[in-house]
Design a protein around this ligand. Structure first.
Ligand SMILES: Cc1cc2nc3c(=O)[nH]c(=O)nc-3n(C[C@H](O)[C@H](O)[C@H](O)COP(=O)(O)OP(=O)(O)OC[C@H]3O[C@@H](n4cnc5c(N)ncnc54)[C@H](O)[C@@H]3O)c2cc1C
Length: 240
């Protein structure tokens, strides 16, 4: 693990609350991480985790997507840092939920809100390696305006014939123009698959959402060892 001070190369707004932040790796330094890992931004000694959105194949920059949590003092401090600072201190890599080769089974990636970030890194690592098994990306958001990466996800569908993108809006009342899938992510997956045998699943979201997905998928035939999430490490429950 390394601690680095990285210059902020750019910050762009995806929408009202989510920003894309690109950090520069200092000249002469190297970074090593696996697709799906995260880093910590160090904030007055406190560690704030953020999934790495870029592929490990990119060596000179790191992309993050940052959306403040309402009511969080740490989020307020992170936003202020991004508004004012020229560089940030990071610790990298973190996390044991990653992909380092095509998985050799059907792969379902599930991201809630900015949980898409972890899945983006995994997809951008895997697609150039031409995996033979199909990949599904389920992206769950509250309102359609939160689907800030739709064009990119559709470009993956065009590029890779075994890749399917399924956006799911959980509060369609907020998005009267939305005509796509609605409801909760685990329900959407279970509607699409008669069984989840022989399927690897990666999930990024809150502990409640991840464990609800886990329980639902076990009932639907998923093997207990076939689901991966950072939640299992940072918010373990006695029985997974
Ligand atoms: C492993 C991990 C990765 C994260 N990645 C991001 C990210 O890419 N972009 C981002 O804006 N925030 C991310 N967060 C949340 C971010 O760290 C916090 O919002 C921030 O540090 C403020 O801290 P907090 O404890 O007050 O807020 P909280 O929002 O309470 O931070 C902890 C919570 O973050 C949630 N979380 C886990 N993964 C993600 C995720 N990918 N996106 C959003 N929330 C998540 C979990 O529900 C956890 O309970 C991540 C959190 C964790 C644990």
């Amino acid at each position: 693990m390394k601690r680095l001070s990285c210059k902020i190369r750019s910050i762009d707004r995806y929408n009202a609350n989510t920003r894309r932040v690109v950090l520069e790796i200092p000249v002469g330094e190297t970074i090593s991480f696996k697709a799906g890992q995260y880093l910590d931004i160090i904030l007055s000694g406190k560690h704030c985790p953020f999934s790495i959105a870029s592929s490990p194949d990119i060596k000179d920059t790191i992309e993050l997507h940052i959306r403040p949590t309402p009511g969080s003092d740490d989020s307020v401090a992170i936003e202020k840092l991004l508004d004012l600072a020229a560089s940030v201190e990071i610790e990298i890599p973190k996390g044991d939920c990653f992909v380092d080769a095509p998985v050799g089974k059907n792969l379902i990636l599930i991201g809630a809100s900015t949980g898409i970030t972890q899945m983006k890194s995994i997809i951008e690592f895997l697609l150039p390696r031409k995996p033979e098994q199909p990949i599904w990306l389920y992206w769950g958001v509250l309102s359609a305006a939160d689907l800030y990466l739709t064009q990119l996800c559709l470009s993956w569908e065009r590029e890779f014939k075994h890749f399917t993108f399924v956006p799911v809006v959980s509060e369609p009342d907020q998005s009267p123009e939305w005509s796509g899938r609605t409801g909760l992510l685990p329900d959407a997956v279970v509607q699409d698959f008669s069984r989840l045998d022989d399927t690897i699943v990666y999930v990024s979201g809150s502990p409640g959402m991840v464990y609800a997905t886990y329980d639902r998928f076990i009932q639907h035939g998923m093997s207990a060892d076939d689901m991966f999430s950072d939640v299992f490490s940072y918010a373990p429950r006695t029985k997974k």
